[in-house]
Design a protein around this ligand. Structure first.
Ligand code: ZN
Ligand code: MN
Length: 511
């Protein structure tokens, strides 16, 4: 017997902390850190008699996330209690949403171009784009991953296991508002899973619902992975592995890659007929580069879901949905497509300029205010971002406005200052926040393009350098550059270099 072929099936569950002012159901500030157990109250600790209340903004932010991932938003929903015991769960139950999630039936489109060549259209491992409705022309550009649901739930506390010492629990995180995003098993490779996580992170940061920082744990990803294997004409399904807490794009890619080989190997050695019905919960050991089985779930775990008795089922108002819609705005991929078309930029430039919503907005303001949007892009990409990177800042920290860059670009575009002077103005602008016009005036930088004025300099230079002129007449055309340099010097660097070169040439030829 031998494996004829296999396909990879991956689904994701992503937990994201939302950027609300308060925790999900109490007035505690929604803020990371602090001394353990200091950011808590009777409600988030679930003390007897404490009553939860849905925080303002929680449902709305959840709806923003849902709309950004193309979901339907429920107009009527509720919270439920999920009971289980775990030391980090002070209450003995978690308030979550069971059968009526706030958001459902969404999708995320992943650009094929970010996947390995063999998985792209025409490639050996191309798996097509399924699930795309009629009148949709994106089949060759994107691979669609369906989002089954997004529900609201509270976070739990944090366990701290110190090796060789006691375990500690910090309850500060209890009651922090989360969304949980659950996908359909639509991903067909580890690279796709990593790209999905990256795309979701970008979108949710864009719309401002989460910090989305995987390393800090305010975005956490679990991957469910198994294989469909065909052997001697028969189809098998390996048991699903749920790999918990993948805290980087690399971790999700590497863990899934490892797990594919492990499952294949297990299938080949055991020769047993695999059937769905049990699931392994795994961890990812980054150092060893291996998945580790934590527990095997043979049976159905009864969470004894009940409708949360302290929070009435509620309607989501049209007003709430309208506000959410207005916060979604143009999403990153749509922006990229539009920037490319409208400003004639390359894929690479567009990727960088849209890497955050703030930068994209800043660029577009500057581009619209200038005569040369492409040059504006170049200045931002080559100069401004380098400065920001050096200072570890973002455009939001800048004292200059998009109009500063637009005006600088126009001064160069109109030939009023040279590119070299432009760099000087740029530095002074960042230093002083003065507008280019003011700097140029103060420093007397305005270029002389007026032919009459330059001509006078040219004549002087020719008179003062008979030897160079003689060389030119004898065919040594390379003195042209040197003579132009003399003209520039005489003008104090203000002559327009192009006009100066042309005039020197003209004068010499007429001698
Ligand atoms: Zn609280
Ligand atoms: Mn959950």
């Amino acid at each position: 017997m031998s494996v004829d072929r296999y396909e990879v099936v991956i689904g994701c569950e992503i937990h994201c902390q939302l950027l609300t002012k308060t925790k999900a159901f109490c007035a505690c500030e929604n803020r990371y850190g602090g001394m353990p157990d200091t950011r808590v109250c009777p409600v988030c600790l679930g003390l007897p008699g404490a009553m939860p209340r849905v925080s303002k903004g929680y449902v709305e932010l959840g709806a923003v996330a849902g709309l950004a991932l193309n979901c339907n938003i429920a107009r009527f929903t509720k919270f439920d209690r999920k009971h289980y015991f775990y030391p980090d769960l002070a209450k003995g139950y978690q308030i979550t949403q069971y059968d009526i999630p706030l958001c459902s039936d969404g999708y995320v489109d992943l650009p094929f171009k970010h996947l390995p060549k063999e998985q792209q259209p025409g490639g050996e491992k191309y798996r097509g784009t399924n699930f795309i409705g009629e009148n949709c022309n994106i089949n060759d550009t994107y691979r669609r991953v369906r989002v089954e649901r997004i529900h609201l739930e509270e976070d739990v506390g944090k366990s701290l296991h110190l090796e060789g010492a006691h375990s500690y629990i910090d309850y500060n995180r209890c009651g922090t508002p989360l969304i949980e995003i659950v996908t359909k098993p639509d991903m067909a490779s580890p690279e796709e899973a990593a790209l999905f996580l990256q795309t979701v992170q970008e979108i949710l940061r864009y719309v401002g619902v989460t910090k989305g920082n995987l390393e800090e744990g305010n975005m956490r990803c679990d991957a469910n992975i198994n294989l469909t294997v065909w052997e001697d004409g028969k189809e098998y399904h390996t048991p699903i592995s749920e790999i918990k807490n993948l805290n980087s794009f690399r971790a999700i890619r590497d863990a899934c890659t490892y797990e594919i080989q492990r499952q294949l190997h297990q299938f080949e050695t055991d020769r047993q007929e695999f059937n769905a019905g049990y699931k392994n919960t795994m961890g990812w050991d980054e150092v060893k580069g291996e998945t580790v089985i934590q527990r095997t779930k043979n049976s159905f775990v009864d969470y004894r879901f009940v409708v949360e008795p302290d929070i009435k089922p509620f309607t989501v108002s049209e007003e709430c949905i309208k506000t959410a819609e207005s916060k979604v705005g143009e999403l990153p991929e749509a922006k990229r497509v539009r920037f490319k078309k409208e400003y004639g930029l390359t894929d690479f430039d567009v990727e960088t300029l849209t890497s955050s919503r703030a930068l994209a907005l800043w660029f577009e303001k500057a581009a619209l205010a200038s005569k040369d949007p492409k040059k504006v892009a170049n200045w931002i990409l080559a100069e401004l971002l380098a400065v920001l990177k050096e200072k570890d800042e973002t455009v939001e920290d800048l004292d200059i406005t998009p109009e500063h860059i637009a005006s600088l670009v126009d001064f160069i575009h109109d030939g009023k200052i040279s590119g070299k002077q432009g760099k000087e103005v740029f530095s002074l602008m960042l230093e002083t926040s003065k507008l280019p016009a003011e700097i140029i005036k103060e420093r007397g930088m305005e270029q002389v393009s007026d032919a009459g004025a330059i001509e006078a300099f040219v004549e002087e230079v020719i008179k003062e350098n008979p030897k160079a002129v003689e060389d030119f007449k004898n065919g040594k055309t390379n003195v042209l550059g040197w003579l132009t340099g003399q003209v520039m010097k005489k003008s104090g660097g203000k002559a327009n270099p192009a006009s100066a070169t042309a005039l020197v040439k003209e004068k010499l030829s007429s001698l």
